[in-house]
Design a protein around this ligand. Structure first.
Ligand SMILES: NC(=O)c1ccc[n+]([C@@H]2O[C@H](COP(=O)([O-])OP(=O)(O)OC[C@H]3O[C@@H](n4cnc5c(N)ncnc54)[C@H](O)[C@@H]3O)[C@@H](O)[C@H]2O)c1
Length: 330
């Protein structure tokens, strides 16, 4: 089948991940690049072999000249709304990097615009699309019938990003925790009804906004989830997925250093579960899922409307942190 044509908007740090993911993808190819930073654009064009005449400083210009099917948006969160809207208006389906947007208002508007123009919007929640996550999900449904009592997540990193993350308010909750919160929804198969959060700034932090938070969610199905995350860790870091402990009626699932251990009841010693391998994962799987959804005329997984629930967890946690009160989630 013919490969779908892609315009990639944003070729900075994480732009690389998308350039690599689509380099030899069986279902798509990048035909044009857009970046408002001419230096970055030039460098990435040279590295990826996209000819200079298909590289643009403005998305409007690119959309006038290029005939594409899908826009991949890898710009900072505060410009997602504008970039997505231009894509829909030009008749393209859009895959956007997480977070869908930097505010709930912008996120809802993106979903509304997609509907108005009858286009698809998928958020690349790539943490769901890994052998690690698929294996945990499979064990939870097959062995524990999704009977999850409580979940504990520890996420500790100390990255020196520079750039927008060190300037923005609440960088951990808005730019990172969205992955973990979305994973909780994926694993529990349920949506949250209440959150209580404390966001804070350790004395040595190099971020302008709080890089650390402790958050407790209660889910519709009764699961209680306790999250302790930080981007200001001074060592002994966890993996990007974090460390997870899922306590279920029939036993416990533990993820430590991305290794999964299963103990089916106290009398059974924990056994390591080796994840199955899958042909596509991460951004490559995101793209595959979007192509399948277009061809099958259905919504993709982690589509915008679904993702509003994950992003809603972020902004409800923020509201709770700001008011120091539990917040109900609809
Ligand atoms: N899924 C993941 O695991 C993951 C990891 C890192 C980053 N991200 C996400 O990817 C997105 C980009 O992050 P990054 O680290 O690459 O940021 P970055 O700042 O390194 O790169 C963003 C690029 O977008 C360009 N840009 C800004 N406004 C633009 C516009 N209006 N039109 C065209 N180009 C524009 C900038 O010049 C820059 O080159 C963010 O939403 C971030 O949260 C996701």
């Amino acid at each position: 089948m013919e490969k779908l044509k892609v315009i990639q908007v944003g070729t900075g740090g994480f732009g690389n991940a998308w350039l690599n993911a689509l380099k030899n993808h069986p279902e798509g190819k990048i035909i044009a690049l857009v970046d408002t930073n001419p230096e970055v654009l030039k460098q990435q064009a040279a590295a990826s072999g996209i000819p200079a005449e298909h590289c643009y400083a403005s998305l409007s210009e690119a959309l006038k000249k290029e005939k594409a099917d899908i826009l991949v948006n890898v710009t900072p969160p505060q410009v997602h709304r504008k970039v997505c809207a231009e894509g829909f208006r030009a008749g393209l389906d859009v895959i956007t990097e997480k977070p869908l947007a930097d505010t709930m208002e912008s996120a809802r508007d993106i979903v509304d615009q997609a509907e108005k123009y009858n286009k698809k919007i998928m958020v690349s929640q790539n943490y769901r699309f890994s052998p690690w996550a698929w294996t945990i999900k499979k064990i939870l449904s097959e062995k524990f019938a999704d009977n999850i009592g409580y979940v504990t997540i520890l996420f500790q990193k100390g990255p020196r990003f520079g750039g927008f993350r060190e300037e923005m308010p609440y960088p951990l909750l808005i730019d990172m925790s969205i992955h973990h919160f979305d994973l909780i929804r994926f694993f529990t198969g349920s949506d949250p009804v209440e959150v209580y959060a404390k966001s804070y700034m350790p004395g040595w932090s190099w971020f302008k906004g709080d890089p650390s938070a402790n958050v407790i969610f209660t889910f519709k199905n009764g699961t209680v989830c306790s999250y302790n995350g930080s981007w200001a860790a001074k060592g002994i870091e966890t993996p990007w997925n974090g460390e997870w402990r899922l306590e279920c009626g029939g036993g416990v699932l533990l993820s430590r250093d991305d290794k999964i251990f299963l103990s089916a009841g106290a009398e059974n010693p924990p056994a390591e579960i080796i994840p199955e391998q899958y042909p596509l994962a991460g951004q490559q799987y995101t793209f595959h899922e979007m192509v399948r959804a277009i061809r099958e005329k259905r919504q993709p997984q982690t589509n915008g409307a679904d993702n509003l629930k994950s992003l809603g967890m972020v902004f409800a946690a923020l509201e709770s942190a700001k008011t120091n009160k539990p917040v109900k989630i609809q």
